[in-house]
Structures are given as C-alpha cells and as structure tokens.
Design a protein. Sequence first.
Length: 255
Amino acid sequence: MFIVKRMEANETAFCSLWTVHIRIHDCADLFVNEKLVGDYFFNRLNPFVCEDATAAIEEAANVCLRKGMDCYVYIHDKNTDVQNCLSAAGFKWIDTMQTLRAESERVEYDNEEIHVVRVDLRSIPSWVDVFCRSFDALEWKSEVKEKIDLHFKKMILLLSYFRVSDSSTEPAGCAALFPNQGLMGMYCLGTISNFRGRGIAKKMIDVSLRIAQQRGLDLLFLQTFTNEGLFPLYKKLGFRFVYKKRVYALKRNSN
C-alpha cells in the first residue's frame, strides 16, 4: 500500500501544476481548470474519506457547476459506499483509470526512424503543439503553454521526431515526466494521429525508463483509461497493473 500512496501523491502533485486546488469540507481535494474544457484527468475530485460523503460530493458539484464545468470524481474501485452516494447524487460512471508500473528496466527498441529529445525552453511551443494535436485539444494551446512555462523546471518534457525522408523529420509524440515521491510519473504520453502505430510511445517509454534509472528513482509508472483500450499495449511493454479508480461524472445539462 505504501507504493500506492506514493503513486497517488505523485499524481496529485502533477495535477496541481495544471489546476486550482480547492479544499472541500476539510476532507477532500478538488482540482479545477476552467480552460481545459472536457478534460477529466486534471479536473477532478480526488478519492476521499469524509464523515459526510454526500455533503462533500454536493459541495464539489456546486463549485464545478457554478464555474460552468462538468464535475468529475475519482473513487477507488472497492469503495462502494461512496460510489452509491455518487449514483444517488446523479453521477454516472464514465470510465476507469488503471495505474501501471514498469516491471522491466528497458524496452528494447532501436528504431532509427524515431529520435527522442529532452525539450528545452526554445522547444516548448513545439511540445505544446504536439500535445494538443495528440489529444485533439487545439483550443487548450494557450493554457497549456502558460502552465508549461510556469512549471517547466519541475518536469522533464520529451518530444519524439519521426524521420519522414532522408533529410527531414517531423514532431510525432510527446510525454511529460514528473519526478516526485521517489518515483517517476509518466504523463501526457501522446502521439499525433498520422504517426500512431509506428512505435513512438514504445520509444519514449524506453527513454523514460533510462532517465528514471539515471536519477535513481524507484520505478516508472503511468495511467491509462479503459476507454482508450491501451492496457494490452502497455502489458506487452512490460507494465503491470497496480490499482484502479472509477471516474464518475455529473454533466452540467444532466439536470
């Protein structure tokens, strides 16, 4: 359980870089960013333990709805009591997030068509562009750029390039590594649609494993949503399931 708590703390710290943190009833943590429209990774009420779960849920929902946002709540899979409270409050179970840890030290992949580099200050706009294109969120560009500029030193940003000819390469994928709690969290792993299926993510995972080892961190971990259908891929790349959380949503127009 100790490793799970460290993973959770890493994830929470990473989310806090992108959002405003609101304490709910002194027992729950809500993270919101109104400019990341439609997102439910950063925008969320974290798993919580409150004496009055219903009151905490209602307050979180009211905060989000006042801001004109959908409300998302993460709950550990076995916490059926809070899941029942969410259902009673009109929330719907929309997805499940699985947290995985790397079991191997390397992902052997030496595709010479793919080159992964660590982003410097001059390359931030390229990383932002690839991130927003990978996640089909071009409207986030200015907000993502602002957050990256603000917290650049706390992250290790990776950008992958794919060779499209003998003389040129194009940006193809991105990732953000976050060292915290003695662990390396791997976030924002994305590939532009026309480069998918070419080993971009595999190459970035290999580079990330090496960076984690060079820094003496205990392990590399990442999250994947069930709706994305990527768990089999990560399993093939040497990742092992650790735990999962359900994602519940209350949409603004659900009333």
